[in-house]
Design a protein around this ligand. Sequence first.
Ligand SMILES: [Zn+2]
Length: 485
Amino acid sequence: MPSADVVGLYSCGPTVYYFPHLGNMRAYVFADTLRRALRWKQIPVRHVVNITDVGHAVADSDTGEDKLEVAAAKERRSVADIADFYTRAFFTDLAALNVLPADRYPRASEYVQQMIEFATRLQERGVTYQIPSGLYFDTTKSDGYGTLALMDIAGQREAARVEHVEGRRHKSDFALWRTEEPGVRRVMRWDSPWGWGAPGWHLECSVMSMALLGEHFDLHTGGIDHRELHHVNEIAQSEAYLDDGDPWVRYWMHNEFLLLNNAKIAKSAGPVPRLADLIEAGYHPMAYRLFLLGGHYRSQLDFTTAAVDGAQTALRRLLARIEPLRPLPVIEAYEQAREALTAIADRTAAGAGDAEPGDKTALDYLELMDDAISLDLATPRLLAILQETLRDPEITPAGLRIVVAAADALLGLHLNDLDPAALDRRRSAADLDTAEIETIERLIADRTQARKEKNWPRADEIRAELDRLDVQVTDTPTGPTWHLR
Ligand SMILES: [Zn+2]
């Protein structure tokens, strides 16, 4: 449990039934920016990110199948395998995006007993009712229900997903416990006062955040899609549970959507690109991070090939400019950078009588960076200031190194160690036009024919031609395949 001077931060984590896509990852890069801003201000943080491995029904509804169970059936693997596999995929992406690790990643399935106790207390408080499909929270018993979403209860009912639940009193009421339907045995099931079944999706976040951060904490983050339903319900059940008249969480912060060619990337919308797809296409994960930081977290961002190309080029130029300054000093906090810059001025003052104007320049840029991050995490502004600093002839090399290191403490772009050559984009088949692809496929067909005819000199000749085109051919039992080197 954190002490009073440690900020408690909870971020809604992934439902581990499939790979996280690029839109999902925006939420964690945003929470990471917040983490880095708090570190910058030397405010200790305890960060919790949940892993939803039970309770999240398909279509975010109260009834129906669990996302994990559907995925397990589809992939013919156990639910535990599915959860492990996609949890690891999530951690891989977090690491590739240089996201600072959270203190805890609790799994919902490990807190079911506490969820039952939580729901029991709500039942004792008289804010629930039981129907055949489970135990429901009565949202009319919650003062200010929906305030977070800036909606009154009537609006909330309209916004609630159209799902008919037999016996549910109000459209906005939600399941705390989802009882098994007669004759349907869930794979993940627990006994409870309301019968065998599984917890409702919203319950886990209230229970695990309180268990790990204390009953009240400071910051709760998540994607904007959670603001209308999931977070509204978390607040309603938590405030009814605590019943102390205080707001449950002090500040809520939501990141906007990533748009894919102007279409919203929602969790349920078919296959959308993930980080591995970008890497496969020759992009560096840091180019995606730079693309995200180039927009403010509260603005929608349109993900296009041109935009990520631009980010990759911009990052390569930035690294090429910074490379001669390496190694950069280790800087994490504003005060630390300010002291380092002041020390340069002092040394110079001892020698020359007056402080170098260059150090004053560096301190001014540091001040601007501090203003930018303090102004609701204005990362686009921060990036612009970094560019200005790098162009300024007035700044001393020592001052510049400190300011660049300070900027990267907030940006997390690996400015100290990423090789600009890693940003030289390999071409992928997607970059070729139809004529180029036809040429390659004709050469491969000719090579297959030559080999069939045991015409080895001709086969070698074609292989050399393919090499020249950077084409790597692999012979498989079903015929040759190729990719660009
Ligand atoms: Zn949540």
